[in-house]
Ligand binder design. Structure first.
Ligand SMILES: Cc1cc2nc3c(=O)[nH]c(=O)nc-3n(C[C@H](O)[C@H](O)[C@H](O)COP(=O)(O)O)c2cc1C
Length: 390
């Protein structure tokens, strides 16, 4: 079937909702507790406006930059997201799309595809880890990622194991087998195109986490991997410094909200940090990252690459974050909607839509380069920003 281009991420999301079984769609919507943070992530971007120019605009606009020691065609990284039965090619399709569009790919340690398979199609992979398992296990994961060709590590630290949602959590089976398919049948039958796509591969959707097991051994199920993580003693700042010292390349800490934590991340010698609330999936009530970004940039922006993730759906959102001091952003659900709606082509479509949005926003603001953006380009309502910690 011919690929049908979508013009915004919102259109891709509507397509994903029509195409995916209800619980798979629900797993991507995610969010925690009352959904305060996931809602704020989106609404906060809507509250910001622009101060455009009308003449003397630039015919050429430049958005190429470097992030985590890698050259990128635009200041956008694919944020790591865990195993999802969204598309049979999953993370490999995303990695191909990212490589074709010249952007970095964050690969979750809970991904459904191995780091070897993903690095085989993309040479700008950042492998994401949680503090899970003992030190030897974590070192083995780093060694494996390096051998596969990963260029950097993303250590995600914001997770509070909350498991309630006011709108109800989708049922996710331990394994997708015949029994699970029968239980899911009513919603799957209502989505025949999704079912056909998997039927054509002759396999059930994969809910294993191959990067959580030593190479050549049977991967744990997603829940098996999650259990290991839940059982792991929580890390101190010294533990994090130890892990950083085990990797001799670019290292990002993801999930920072507070200024004091950002300073600690600088002290341990990280390359980058991402101001993030895990897409509103962590401690509900954590403000949207775009609100706390400028305070973090003011405190540590000259010493470390400050990125942001959470709520980015448009090129104009990327420009807002850059104008407020981010060096780049990471996107999560935006590309998951594209993957659901159209596989690799859908992710490329999302990246193209975002690139087009960055370009037209730069044009309207009279900028020839993303480096020229300043806080004056953005209009924020009084009381918009948050300063967390000191
Ligand atoms: C379904 C889903 C799964 C995710 N899994 C992971 C993960 O495995 N590792 C991680 O560091 N972040 C994970 N995240 C968080 C994303 O990397 C990112 O922080 C978040 O999606 C950004 O918000 P956005 O979706 O509004 O762009 C996940 C997010 C979603 C929505």
């Amino acid at each position: 079937m011919a690929y049908k281009w979508f013009e915004t991420v919102a259109v891709a999301q509507r397509r994903a909702e029509k195409y995916l079984p209800k619980s798979v769609y629900g797993a991507l919507i995610a969010g925690s507790e009352k959904g305060l943070s996931s809602k704020d992530n989106l609404e906060s971007f809507d509250q910001l406006g622009f101060a455009p120019h009308i003449a003397g605009l630039s015919n050429e606009r430049q958005m190429q930059t470097t992030l985590m020691g890698q050259s990128t065609s635009m200041p956008v990284i694919i944020s790591p997201t865990g195993v999802q039965a969204v598309h049979p090619d999953g993370e490999v399709a995303v990695a191909r799309a990212a490589a074709n569009r010249g952007v970095l790919m964050g690969l979750s340690s809970f991904a459904s595809k191995s780091v070897e398979d993903v690095c085989a199609v993309n040479n700008q992979v950042l492998f994401q880890m949680y503090w899970s398992g003992d030190r030897d296990t974590m070192v083995q994961r780093l060694i494996r990622a390096k051998a596969a060709g990963a260029k950097g590590i993303i250590l995600t630290l914001d997770w509070s194991f909350s498991n309630g949602r006011d709108w109800g959590s989708p049922w996710i089976p331990e394994k997708i087998n015949l029994k699970a398919m029968v239980k899911l049948a009513p919603e799957v039958i209502a989505r025949p195109r999704w079912l056909t796509k998997f039927a054509m591969t002759g396999r059930f959707p994969d809910l294993g986490a191959p990067n959580m097991a030593p190479v050549g051994t049977k991967p744990p199920t997603f829940f098996g991997a999650y259990y290991e993580w839940m059982q792991s003693p929580l890390p101190s700042w010294d533990d994090i410094a130890w892990l950083r010292a085990q990797w001799d390349g670019p290292f990002m800490v993801k999930g920072v909200s507070r200024i004091d934590d950002a300073k600690r991340v600088v002290d341990l010698g990280a390359t980058a940090l991402s101001v993030s609330n895990h897409g509103g999936n962590n401690l509900d009530g954590t403000p949207a990252p775009i609100r706390s970004l400028p305070a973090v940039v003011d405190a540590v922006g000259s010493q470390i690459e400050v990125l942001l993730d959470g709520g980015v759906r448009r090129g104009s959102d990327v420009v807002k974050a850059l104008a407020l001091g981010a060096k780049g952003v990471m996107i999560g659900r935006a590309y998951l909607w594209g993957l659901s709606a159209g596989g690799q082509a859908g992710v490329e479509n999302v990246l193209d839509v975002i690139r087009g949005g960055i370009d037209s926003t730069l044009l309207g603001l009279g900028k020839s380069n993303i480096n020229e953006l300043t806080r004056d380009d953005v209009v924020a309502p009084e009381g918009f920003f948050r300063k967390l910690g000191s």
